[in-house]
Design a protein around this ligand. Structure first.
Ligand SMILES: O=C(O)c1ccccc1NCC(=O)[C@H](O)[C@H](O)COP(=O)(O)O
Length: 259
C-alpha cells in the first residue's frame, strides 16, 4: 500500500467522525462562508514570481521540518515577502496541521489560501470554505474522474478555485475538465519520496493551455524556477525550503528578490 492509499484510508474514518460532530448547516453558518474569495489562478497569471508558499510542520518524508513557528508569523512573513498565495496543510496525523491553522492564516493575511488536504468528500470542501480557504486541492491519484467532476463543480459553485494534482500522464488524461483552474504536477515520487523536476518537465506539453500550470514539491532554489518557466509553469509550490529556516517569510523574500 503506498502512502496516499494509507492516508486516504485514515481520512475516510476521520471525515466520517467529523461529519458526525459538526453538521454541514453549522459550517454554512460560519462568518467566513460568504466572504468573497480571492483567485489564486488570477494572481499567478499576473505575477512575476508565481510563488505559493506553504506552512508545513512535518510530512511523511520528513518527520520534523519546523515545530517552533506559529502560523500567524509565517502568514504575515509570506505576505510581506510578496508571495502569490499560501498553502496550509490541514491534515493532522501525517503533517501535524489542522483547520485551526487555516483559520489563523485567514485572520493573519489577505493572501489567497489553499487548503492542502486529501479531499475525498464534499464535506471537506464546505469545511475549507467555512475556515477561510480560497482554493482546494484535488489529488487525481485518490479520486475517480466522476469524483473530480463532482468535487470541482461543487467547489466552483462556492467560488473556490480548484488545483488538480497529478503525478503522471494517466492521471492527467483522466482528470482534464473545464471545472479546474490550475493543474499541478507533483515532483515527489510517492513510493520513494525522491523529487525530480523532470516530472514537471515531461508532463508540461500535455497540459492544455487553458489551465495555469503549477509545479509542486522539491523546489529548493531559484535555478529550478528558471528551468521550469520555459515549460510554461506559472506557479511554484514551495514548502520545506522555506519552512526549514528560522524565518520562512524572510527566506521567501530573499528567494523572490533573486528571481
Ligand atoms: O511532503 C511529503 O512528504 C508528502 C508525502 C505524501 C503526500 C504528500 C506530501 N506532501 C504534500 C505536498 O504536496 C508538499 O507539501 C508540497 O508540494 C510542498 O513540497 P516541498 O516544497 O517539497 O515541501
Amino acid at each position: 500500500m503506498n502512502i496516499l492509499d494509507k492516508i486516504t484510508l485514515d481520512k475516510r474514518k476521520e471525515v466520517t467522525l467529523r461529519k458526525s460532530l459538526i453538521p454541514t448547516s453549522q459550517l454554512e453558518k460560519s462568518v467566513l462562508f460568504n466572504r468573497p474569495t480571492i483567485s489564486l489562478a488570477n494572481n499567478l497569471k499576473n505575477s512575476k514570481s508565481g510563488i505559493i508558499a506553504e506552512y508545513k510542520r512535518r510530512s511523511p518524508s520528513k518527520s520534523v521540518i519546523n515545530n517552533g513557528l506559529n502560523v500567524q508569523d509565517v502568514a504575515k512573513g509570506y505576505e510581506n515577502a510578496g508571495v502569490c498565495g499560501m498553502s496550509v496543510l490541514t491534515d493532522g496525523k501525517y503533517f501535524g496541521g489542522s483547520l485551526d491553522d487555516l483559520l489563523t492564516a485567514r485572520g493573519s493575511c489577505n493572501l489567497p489560501l489553499l487548503r492542502k488536504e486529501f479531499i475525498i468528500d464534499e464535506y471537506q470542501i464546505l469545511e475549507a470554505k467555512a475556515h477561510g480557504a480560497d482554493v482546494i486541492l484535488l489529488i487525481a491519484a485518490i479520486l475517480s474522474r466522476d469524483e473530480i467532476k463532482l468535487f470541482s463543480e461543487f467547489a466552483k459553485r462556492l467560488n473556490l478555485d480548484v488545483l488538480l494534482e497529478v503525478h503522471n500522464e494517466e492521471e492527467l488524461h483522466k482528470s482534464v475538465m473545464p471545472s479546474l483552474d490550475m493543474l499541478g504536477v507533483n515532483n515527489r515520487n510517492l513510493k520513494t519520496f525522491a523529487v525530480s523536476l523532470e516530472t514537471s518537465k515531461s508532463l508540461s506539453s500535455i497540459i492544455p493551455d487553458e489551465f495555469v500550470k503549477v509545479s509542486e514539491s522539491g523546489i529548493s532554489n531559484i535555478e529550478a524556477i528558471k528551468e521550469l518557466r520555459p515549460y510554461g509553469y506559472q506557479g511554484f509550490l514551495i514548502g520545506e525550503n522555506f519552512m526549514k529556516t528560522d524565518n520562512p517569510g524572510e527566506s521567501a523574500k530573499n528567494f523572490i528578490s533573486l528571481l
